[in-house]
Write a protein of this length. Structure first.
Length: 153
């Protein structure tokens, strides 16, 4: 099973969308194997958004992400990275398809409800950035036979 990282951003928390966002992942069949609320700081955001450091909006992103605590999730499932990316939709909420998290709940580029890992490599790095090994849990979901074929698990 593959794992990926999702951050429920301050905009979603302020708007009372935590349950709606998590429900989308659970209804799809993704398993929550790690979750916690944390306050992000400059150090972790400088690392997390290092690829944007030279962009004019870098500080604006950091300010937004530090405004209140966020919820980080480690989700697990077959092709979890791609499945989550499909569920969240494209970055710009104005362009995201209806039915996606961003398409249904966002009308912005920055305040777009969630961050989701964009590759398997990024997922591995980001999970390690936000979770200690003892914060990721391995447990059997009894519903697996109703989600996957026997040869998929």
């Amino acid at each position: 099973m593959e794992q990926t990282l999702v951050i429920i951003k301050p905009s979603a928390i302020q708007r009372g969308l935590i349950g709606d966002v998590i429900t989308r992942f659970e209804r799809k069949g993704l398993q929550i194997v790690g979750t916690k609320m944390i306050q992000l700081d400059n150090a972790i955001l400088d690392e997390h958004y290092a690829h944007l450091v030279d962009r004019p909006f870098f500080q604006r992103i950091k300010d937004s992400m530090m405004s209140i605590p966020v919820i980080v999730l480690c989700l697990q499932g077959i092709d979890a990275v791609d499945v989550v990316r499909c569920l969240v939709g494209c970055t710009n909420g104005r362009e995201a398809a209806a039915g996606t998290i961003r398409g249904d709940f966002s009308i912005a580029v920055q305040e777009n409800i969630v961050h989701a890992s964009d590759s398997r490599e990024a997922a591995s790095t980001e999970i390690a950035r936000f979770f200690n090994e003892n914060e990721i849990f391995n447990y059997k979901l009894w519903v697996h036979p109703n989600l996957y074929a026997n040869d998929e698990i």
